[in-house]
Design a binder for this molecule. Structure first.
Ligand code: ADP
Length: 494
């Protein structure tokens, strides 16, 4: 039997396919950029047809590399979460743009719902807060504003990106595909009761979502169905949202284990075990995975702007030509010269949840150079993570070690700064694609290559470690400078 695992890792800025051996060796990878559509400030859309076309092209390359579909044991899927796709079950074509997780079009509606007192119920049922980030309000908005969706009647299908990809993979000529979503993706919609793993009628009513068009919620590993698009049938056996997949890929299997992914945004998840957490500090409770109908939970802190700040420095401010220049620039100066950059470019996420806050650069003097501004941008990563650490500790989840990954942690300066500011050991896997690795672990469990996630976690390889070396007074100066910058950003939003 073939043992190669084909992983689809559909992200925000790019989509990719990777091929893994069961020992965790990455045999190949193919990626394609995705077009970002910004119709007006605060709005972010993707073209679901483009996502499918580019994802399929990448996957086909990896099947070729494997030596054909017969050589692939199973497919695992991981994806950008919360982004919603609307499609026609008959034609399999999108009916509207995909509304991306970063999109803020429902900020005022969410605020009204909050003011009407709905947040405690939403939090108790879903583990989430009332914020435009989650899919529910995006779906309700689309139903109210895009008449073609209501007009589609029973032909309408709604789902997150995992649902969309599985549908496209399993649809055949004249027959629709499988309409499923896994419990981790469903837990980010604000429509699923996280304690039961089922859609919640009260939430569906609150957000005015079309119940009939929602997918069936399934486990993160299993044999869901096969795709015949690659020449021979390949079973689809693993599914999880990207942050949950990274949590698994970082082997955060024991309560307290914590990972932080620094990609477009930054997302910290602490494994919580079988009991649903309740945050008193504006963190999120979420499903870490669901296997054999049983859910493991995680506490999550979601930061909206991380790597996208570096992209903004590059593309909009033109301060740098490439992201990897930031490391040498940060090292070229002794400190931030008093400059702080609060990257609230699309509001502030956890633990502040200020959808209408906007970014600021403070402490500018004639001493400040391009290098100081870049350094302040990189420092914002550890500062945001430290705000989360405080909130997690207050919720009873103190971190002892932080397992980091994502595109930004190629930057060693950031890894060291995290160790310095958080005062915990920071572990960075040598193979940084932990999201894809987590999906490979799930697919391996689903097809029976591994008996459980613990056995699958042998796929995680060697690590680098970073320890704090920063003097206490220098650390305190940074913490104070950041705290006052954040305070002014929040004050300006009110
Ligand atoms: P995503 O999966 O969210 O699309 P990735 O994990 O691929 O994102 O990370 C890409 C992000 O990392 C980009 O926003 C980029 O600006 C940032 N990035 C990449 N390399 C570096 C670097 N050396 N230093 C700082 N940021 C970086």
């Amino acid at each position: 039997m073939s043992e190669k695992l084909l992983i689809i890792d559909e992200g925000t800025t790019s989509t990719r396919a990777m091929l893994f051996a069961p020992d965790g060796t990455c045999l190949g990878s193919e990626s394609a950029d995705l077009t970002q559509h910004y119709p007006s400030p605060g709005l972010v859309e993707h073209d679901a047809a483009e996502i499918w076309d580019r994802t399929f092209a990448c996957a086909r390359k990896m099947v070729e590399l494997a030596g054909g579909a017969e050589a692939v044991a199973a497919i695992g899927i991981t994806n950008q979460r919360e982004t919603v796709v609307f499609w026609d079950k008959q034609t399999g074509e999108p009916l509207a743009p995909a509304i991306v997780w970063q999109d803020r079009r429902t900020a005022s509606w969410c605020r009204e719902l909050k003011e009407a007192g709905h947040e405690p119920t939403v939090q108790a049922r879903t583990g989430l807060l009332l914020d435009p980030y989650f899919s529910g309000s995006k779906i309700g908005w689309a139903m109210a504003n895009w008449p073609q969706l209501k007009a589609a009647g029973d032909r309408l299908a709604v789902g997150t990106i995992d649902s969309w990809l599985v549908w496209k993979l399993t649809a055949t000529e004249g027959r629709g595909g499988l309409h499923i979503t896994d419990a981790t993706n469903a837990s980010r919609t604000a429509l699923m009761a996280i304690g039961s793993g089922h859609w919640d009628d009260g939430l569906i009513e609150l957000f005015d979502a079309p119940r009939h068009a929602l997918p069936e919620i399934v486990d993160c590993a299993g044999n869901y169905g096969t795709t015949s698009l690659f020449g021979a049938p390949i079973p689809i056996c693993g599914m999880a949202g990207d942050q949950q997949a990274a949590t698994i890929g970082q082997a955060c299997l024991t309560p307290g284990d914590t990972k932080a992914t620094f990609g477009t945004g930054a997302f910290v998840l602490t494994q919580y075990g079988a009991h649903q957490p309740t945050s008193k500090n504006r963190l999120l409770a979420t499903v870490a995975w669901q296997l054999a109908g049983r859910r493991a939970y995680a506490l999550e802190g979601s930061v909206f702007v991380a790597g996208s700040l570096i992209q903004w420095l590059r593309d909009s401010l033109k301060l740098i030509a490439a992201a990897d220049e930031t490391e040498a620039l940060a090292r070229s100066v002794a400190d931030n010269a008093g400059v702080y950059l609060v990257p609230a470019l699309s509001g502030l996420g956890a633990p502040w949840w200020e959808a209408e806050a906007r970014g600021c650069m403070s402490g500018l003097s004639f001493t400040a150079t391009r290098a100081h501004i870049v350094r302040a941008a990189l420092e914002a990563m550890a500062h945001q993570a430290n705000d989360l650490k405080t909130a997690f500790a207050a919720d009873g989840a103190d971190w002892t070690t932080l397992r980091i990954d994502g595109g930004m942690v190629a930057n060693v300066w950031i890894a060291q700064d995290l160790a310095d500011m958080l005062e915990v050991e920071v572990e960075r896997p040598v193979f940084a694609e932990t999201t894809a690795l987590g999906a490979a672990m799930l697919a391996g469990v689903g097809i029976g290559l591994f008996k459980d996630l613990k056995a699958a976690s042998a796929m995680r390889g060697k690590l680098d470690a970073f320890h704090s070396t920063l003097a206490a007074d220098a650390r305190q100066t940074r913490l104070d400078g950041w705290a006052s910058a954040v305070k002014s950003v929040i004050a300006a939003a009110h």
